[in-house]
Design a protein around this ligand. Structure first.
Ligand SMILES: [Zn+2]
Length: 173
């Protein structure tokens, strides 16, 4: 068993480093990476001060500032890569097009591709991913399916519930 550092990408084998999720190479704890400010959003008024722990708020302001009309805040359950426990999480999905190369003809082909933006990933490589790959990597639960909200729906639900999520549907037990 190893602790793979999301920052410097070295593998730690010391049992004490593994237990504490600490990297001996760059001397950083995973927990400190979670506490970092979301630098991608700091220039924007309402998202200043958000850290990589604040996934529900970060997703809302990611749609507002870095999304477009088709972007959605998505709430779902993901598997914690460390403990294996299911946890509530929020991220952003934006439909778009991916460019692929046809290996036989060499021609570039454009196909629909939904991109996930998740600034709360402590590994910066995991912050932009095709949806299918993100779902696989994060162990997104298919049942119940993730819920999708527009920015306007988020503003309304946040006002009703007085928090940025997760929100229970009316009538949901
Ligand atoms: Zn490291």
């Amino acid at each position: 068993m190893t602790y793979h550092c999301p920052k410097c990408r070295m593998d730690n084998t010391d049992p004490e480093d593994i237990r504490r999720k600490h990297c001996a190479f760059c001397d950083v704890f995973a927990e400190d990476l979670r506490g970092e400010l979301v630098t991608e959003l700091q220039e924007f008024q309402f998202s200043r001060g958000l850290t990589r722990r604040d996934c529900f708020s970060v997703a809302i302001w990611t749609v507002k500032y870095h999304g477009n009309e088709e972007s959605r805040v998505v709430h779902g359950r993901v598997r914690d890569s460390w403990t294996g426990a299911l946890v509530q999480h929020a991220w952003v999905e934006t439909p778009g097009k991916g460019t692929y190369v046809n290996e036989e003809t060499g021609a570039e082909v454009q196909l629909p591709l939904t991109l996930v933006v998740d600034y709360c990933q402590i590994d910066e490589r995991a912050r932009f991913m095709p949806r299918d790959y993100y779902y696989e990597q994060c162990g997104v639960e298919a049942t119940p399916p993730p819920k999708r909200y527009t920015f306007e729906q988020c503003m309304l639900l946040a006002a009703i519930h007085r928090n940025d999520g997760p929100w229970e549907d009316p009538g949901e037990s």
